[in-house]
Design a protein around this ligand. Structure first.
Ligand code: SAH
Length: 373
């Protein structure tokens, strides 16, 4: 709700709500498409420069609307070309966004929450605690600002070919804002990312996976990390609420759902001596048997204070070999941006944790409840 005198932030509004905003002001709904093109496809944020809108409408936009960007407070470039930006989203909080260039593609890894409430024991973001959900505007702004920064650095506007929701936060515990942001990212008049180029990664919020299946045609990655409940309970505490059997059932429903999928990607962080034995690999293969899946092995990225160590390369290779022998497509993720703490699980930003630890699980319960309504 906007208060009297307060401008509406239009940055994160997808086409339909934006069209409704115009209609409520007696304007034609196709103004939404025009505005979306200016802001997201052309990168123009000054309403006065939007020359296919009447002068009167431009004036009205300037008076009633705004595009509320987080402030870029830091940019770092890794020796391997990976870039990380820090974005101040409010007085207390900074989130991070990472660009990972590869030979034929460039992946932007974006955040969905300020901190994270899930408390996975091997993840740096968990250490920060949780403050709040990012708005759709703050999620989309990460793509806008990254693209802008890349073009200022001389890269083409198309440098970002893929977007992954693998930064800070659990996207499915911020369902509404994440879905709104993804709709905009996938809108042909905005960024036009195709369904294979947008990947949402979840630790396994089962009811929200079912909702996502109906809402949006995106690729799904599931952070599995263990082949049995006893171990997964320890690594991913959310498993106590949605154990592996329920998670796998949700994955099967996702594959067969409204938007049929070729496969789901399972992420598996390789922790030395914890989840990386051949026996773990065999059990993982059994778990995934019959499920169209890919496995992404992520060598653990350490951060200050962690008690885990990365599995040695030969152990990772042996683990991958067991899965491949069972016919499972397995890719070991190369660590990128480790020197600037931009690798998986290293994003921390600055989060003012408003919730005490004990409240986190309550929040999750509340959020999951909301998801099922
Ligand atoms: N909350 C979502 C998305 C964010 S994390 C999820 O859990 O999927 C993106 C991926 O990085 C997840 O698979 C996560 O488990 C993994 N990850 C977290 N910490 C890591 C670390 N220290 N080293 C390697 N991967 C890590």
């Amino acid at each position: 709700m906007t208060h009297a005198g307060e401008k509406t932030d239009l940055l994160g509004l997808p086409r339909e709500p934006l069209a409704a905003w115009f209609e409520a002001r007696g304007e034609k709904p196709f103004r939404a498409r025009q505005l979306i093109k200016w802001i997201h496809a052309r990168g123009v944020t000054d309403f006065s420069q939007m020359t296919d809108l009447s002068k009167a409408l431009r004036g009205r936009l300037a008076a009633e609307a705004e595009l509320r960007f987080p402030r870029l407070v830091g940019g770092q470039v890794s020796a391997d070309g990976t870039r990380k930006w820090a974005l101040r989203v409010d007085a207390d909080n900074v989130v991070e966004t990472v660009f990972i260039p590869e030979e034929r593609r460039g992946t932007l890894c974006i955040s969905s929450q300020v901190g994270c409430a899930l408390d996975c024991t091997f993840c740096a973001t968990a250490r920060q605690g949780f403050n709040r959900n990012l708005t759709a505007s703050e999620i989309v702004a990460q793509v806008w600002l990254a693209r802008n920064a890349l073009s200022e650095a001389g890269l083409p506007r198309e440098a970002i070919t893929n977007v992954v929701l693998m930064g800070m936060g659990e996207p499915l515990l911020n369902f509404r804002n994440v879905v709104a942001a993804l709709r905009l990212l996938m809108d042909d008049d905005a960024y036009g990312f195709g369904k294979r180029r947008v990947t949402l990664s979840t630790a396994g919020v089962v009811p929200a996976m079912d909702r996502l299946r109906e809402a949006l045609d995106v690729s799904l990655a599931v952070s599995l990390h263990a082949p049995d409940d006893a171990l997964r309970d320890r690594l991913v505490p959310l498993n106590r609420k949605y154990p592996i059997a329920e998670l796998m059932a949700a994955c099967r429903r996702f594959l067969e759902g409204k938007h049929r999928k070729h496969s789901i990607t399972f992420e598996y962080v390789m922790l030395d001596g914890i989840n990386d034995s051949e026996s773990h690999a065999r059990r993982l293969a059994r778990l995934l048997a019959g499920l169209p899946s890919k496995v992404n092995l992520i060598p653990f990225n350490p951060f200050p204070g962690t008690r885990y160590r990365r599995s040695p390369d030969p152990v990772v290779a042996r683990f991958a070999g067991v899965l491949q022998d069972k016919g499972i497509l397995t890719i070991t993720r190369r660590t990128r941006g480790g020197d600037i703490a931009a690798a998986c699980g290293q994003l921390a930003g600055h989060v003012r944790d408003r919730a005490r630890r004990a409240q986190h699980f309550v929040r999750i319960e509340e959020a999951c409840h909301v998801q099922t309504l």
